[in-house]
Write a protein that binds this ligand. Structure first.
Ligand SMILES: Nc1ncnc2c1ncn2[C@@H]1O[C@H](COP(=O)(O)OP(=O)(O)OP(=O)(O)O)[C@@H](O)[C@H]1O
Length: 290
């Protein structure tokens, strides 16, 4: 299911003294089955955009195309329920939304609310706990007896239980330790690869955007200012700085290596062994910095 934003503008509290324009003529398309990252400095409009992907917010002007549904300013769109089922959003700290007595009930809640039978919802919950990296015996426990990382996984399973075609991830690893972060990001990547789930990642992490995304959009002061594949986006360090973004470590590493290779063609003329030693040293330095 493609998502397309055409000239989307959005103002909070429109028409009041508190009006705040957050998006200005945002225009981009996310084709089905792609992994799209949206990056940008704080306050650039990322969260405002993501709420347009399943019509939680309606544009003040412009159009949002969600599959064959078109959401426009001023018109009430009918049957948004199906849109909300097809586009699942994992909000920041989704575990804050857990509320049922057991993990099983919490995961089943969404699909049953959308008319899925109890039997089917239970089957989905049983499959999903394993997929998000939890043991099956967690199903009968209270979600509030679990660790923060486990609660996050339960909340993610709850969104996946709706079997969305598109999943929107708003800083999905915030507050997790580095191992938990990688496990969650790898899990979403696997889902994207194996099930063709269209994935939209809103993140401050340039590392994650570089590692997982097919395409990146940069937001700056409510506008989409740059779009492209990660290699292109992160190549131009000066432009990134203008948008108050740092390139990921891998780009800094690449630049140091390129400089060394260039030196080996110049009068400094490093031998292959010296070059290999230097590369290993830079790699160690980069690892120590991270
Ligand atoms: N509920 C709101 N009412 C009024 N203004 C808001 C509201 N939510 C966001 N804004 C403003 O809209 C602009 C865009 O905010 P948004 O939260 O979309 O940015 P963001 O890129 O997601 O930021 P962050 O990375 O800090 O989450 C900011 O100037 C923000 O202050």
């Amino acid at each position: 299911m493609d998502i397309k934003l055409q000239q989307v503008s959005y103002a909070y509290a429109q028409g009041t003294p508190f009006e705040k324009r957050a998006l200005f003529d945002v225009d981009f398309e996310i084709p089905s089955h792609t992994y799209q990252a949206i990056i940008g400095h704080t306050g650039s409009g990322k969260s405002t955009i993501l709420q347009h992907f399943n019509a939680l917010l309606r544009p003040t002007s412009g159009e949002v195309h969600i599959g064959d549904r078109i959401v426009v300013a001023g018109k009430k769109a009918k049957d948004l329920k199906s849109v909300r089922q097809k586009v699942g959003i994992v909000f920041q700290f989704p575990e804050h939304q857990l509320f049922e007595e057991t993990v099983l009930k919490d995961i089943m809640f969404g699909p049953m609310n959308f008319g899925v039978t109890e039997k089917e919802a239970e089957a989905r919950a049983k499959e999903l706990v394993g997929l998000v990296g939890l043991p099956e015996n967690v199903l009968e426990k209270s979600p509030f007896d679990l660790s923060g990382g486990q609660m996050r996984r339960v909340a993610i399973a709850g969104v996946l239980a709706m079997e969305p075609e598109v999943i929107v991830l708003d800083e999905p690893t915030a507050g997790l330790d580095p191992r938990g972060q990688k496990e969650i990001m790898d899990m979403f990547y696997k889902l994207h690869q194996e099930r063709g789930l269209t994935t939209i990642l809103v993140t401050h992490s340039m590392e994650d955007a570089a590692r997982y995304a097919d395409n990146i959009v940069i937001m700056h002061e409510g506008k989409n200012v740059l779009s492209g594949i990660p290699q292109e986006i992160f190549k131009d360090v000066e432009t990134l700085k203008n948008f108050r973004l740092e390139p990921p470590r891998i780009v800094r590493f690449q630049q140091k290596i390129e400089k060394m290779i260039n030196q080996s063609f110049s009068k400094i003329c490093l031998t292959e062994e010296e070059l290999a030693t230097e590369i290993a040293r830079v790699l160690r330095e980069e690892r120590a910095e991270s």
